[in-house]
Design a binder for this molecule. Structure first.
Ligand code: NAD
Length: 492
């Protein structure tokens, strides 16, 4: 059985410990990942601090060239990377390629680092005095990532952190860790000096070690809300810069004037794509007015045509979920829903008996706050329908939810859509777009319990997060201007 390795100082390194990694399509163990202990973490951080002193001084053109070459290598190896992702995550090959493409965008954005790192200059702010600002790398950045996007989320963080001159230690999800090591190899092939990008495997203990290690300057985290909150609280208590993105419960509002075929297509794509294991998946369709009955008819008609199977079978629309435990948790929400008064319109739980970690598409009608199937992030192929009377009820439902990652509205009414985008307390909004993940030149982030810390991830906010500002005030006095003045510096 293959043993997954750490990647430290430019090479693969064996480790001790044994975290089983599964192929979700078969349910069988496919490998095992090591666990970096406190001693190894300390060694890697010490070396990272040393490397950071030289890497931060590399020229912008050197970094740009490496990122350009890295981008080309990601394109060249897309098939290989997609099959590594599918084998451990379970998503379809097409979906894995989609994830790679969205990760690539971030590398492309980072290639513009000379533009993004430009400072300001003000001439003659006082007589003979100029001021300019620069941004410098924070130092050693830890990137801690979830299972559901094993390449895209590491690239969200890594591309900008390296571009800005930081050394990165990536702690990928222990459930699908292999592709991270390939990223490290491709970065090395692209010319990244040894030690600038490292991968350490492990679980919660390693994360806690990172949060408490004094040599780590900044932490980018993406994962579930309870862990995001813990990472933010512990990291900031230890005076680190932290951005911690958490879970979600994304609502898609369908107004009575919407094109219901387009809305039903969107609900299927965003609800069941990647088995619902996306932080921007739609998990609740909010049917306004009399929309519910015709919309449910169109959604079920489409659900009945979905094929669930191994991710490497081109006929599969979506694959298995990540683990047996997660499958059983998803099933429990569907099984327990009727006790809350929810109607199970489509029940895909019978697939849980199959070999592999499968759940078929499920549709729950009548979900409301106070019910577990509404309140919790299920993170599986389970779509809820919430029925509300008016547009205002839909907005109130979204705004009272603890999460605020993404939301969407389907309508032909431009004024309603504009009002919606202004009224909802959510970070990313789609108007007739069900999964509004911003392109790389905007930053990604939710509100409320979907993000701890003030900085959104990637794009301009990513560049700001990974850098510290310096402002330099300069005077080149004439020798004749020599004088003693103990007053506070004045500009006039
Ligand atoms: P997770 O929180 O279980 O794990 C994320 C990372 O935290 C992993 O590297 C894991 O090893 C580590 N971890 C797990 N438990 C820990 C603990 N108790 N203490 C310290 N570290 C711990 O998340 P997951 O199941 O891998 O990913 C799915 C979750 O991530 C969902 O909630 C999803 O919404 C969220 N997510 C959010 C975004 C976003 O951008 N907001 C994007 C992708 C995923």
């Amino acid at each position: 059985m293959p043993t997954i390795q750490h990647f430290i100082n430019g090479k693969r390194v064996d480790g001790s410990g044994d975290i089983p990694v599964f192929n979700p399509a078969t349910g069988e163990q496919s490998g095992s990942a090591p666990i970096a202990d406190a001693t190894l973490l300390d060694e890697v951080v010490t070396q990272a601090q040393e490397t950071a002193r030289t890497w931060r001084n590399s020229s912008l053109s050197v970094r740009t060239n490496i990122l350009f070459t890295f981008r080309a290598l990601l394109v060249k190896h897309t098939d290989e990377l997609a099959s590594i992702i599918t084998a451990e995550h379970g998503k379809t090959i097409a979906d894995a390629k989609g994830e790679i493409a969205r990760g690539l965008e971030n590398v492309e954005y980072a290639c513009g680092l000379a533009e993004h790192m430009k400072g300001g200059f003000s001439s003659q702010v006082a007589d003979g005095v100029d001021v300019h600002s620069v941004r410098e790398a924070v130092g050693v950045v830890a990137a801690i990532t979830p299972f559901n996007f094993p390449i895209m989320v590491p690239l969200w963080m890594t591309a900008n952190a390296l571009a800005t001159g930081n050394v990165v230690i990536l702690k990928p999800s222990e459930r699908d860790p292999s592709v991270s090591v390939r990223i490290a190899e491709l970065l090395k092939e692209a010319g990244l000096p040894d030690g600038v990008f490292n991968v350490l495997h492990g679980n919660a203990d390693l994360v806690n070690g990172i949060l408490n290690h004094p040599g780590i300057d900044a932490i980018s985290f993406v994962g579930s809300t309870p862990v995001a909150k813990h990472v933010y609280e512990t990291g900031t208590k230890n005076a680190k810069r932290v951005q911690a993105l958490g879970g979600a419960k994304n609502h898609m509002v369908v107004l009575p004037d919407a094109d219901l075929d387009i809305a039903a297509d969107a609900a299927i794509n965003a609800g069941f794509g990647s088995a619902g294991e996306r932080c921007m998946a739609i998990s609740v369709v909010v049917a306004v007015g009399n929309v519910a009955e015709p919309l449910i008819a169109k959604i079920t008609e489409r659900m009945d045509k979905l094929t669930v199977g191994p991710g490497n079978d081109p006929k599969s629309d979506f694959g298995p979920v990540i683990t047996k435990e997660h499958r059983d948790r998803i099933v429990s929400y569907v099984v327990n829903a009727p006790a809350d008064g929810v109607k199970v319109v489509r029940d895909g739980t019978a697939m849980a008996a199959d070999k592999g970690f499968y759940v078929g598409p499920c549709l729950l009608d009548g979900v409301k706050p106070g019910m577990k199937s509404y309140d919790d992030e299920i993170f599986g192929p389970v779509l809820g329908i919430a029925r509300v009377a008016t547009y205002s009820d839909a907005v109130a439902l979204i705004n009272s939810n603890q999460f605020g990652n993404g939301t969407a509205i389907f309508t032909r009414d431009g004024n309603a859509a504009r009002l919606f985008s202004r009224e909802v307390t959510v970070g990313m909004i789609g108007i007739n777009v069900p999964i509004p993940v911003p392109i790389a030149s905007y930053s990604f982030g939710g509100w409320k319990n979907s993000l701890f810390g003030h900085s959104h991830i990637y794009g301009p906010e990513g560049f700001t997060f990974y850098t510290r500002a310096k402002v330099i005030t300069t005077r080149w006095p004439q020798p004749s201007e020599s004088q003693i003045d103990l007053g506070f510096p004045r500009t006039r």
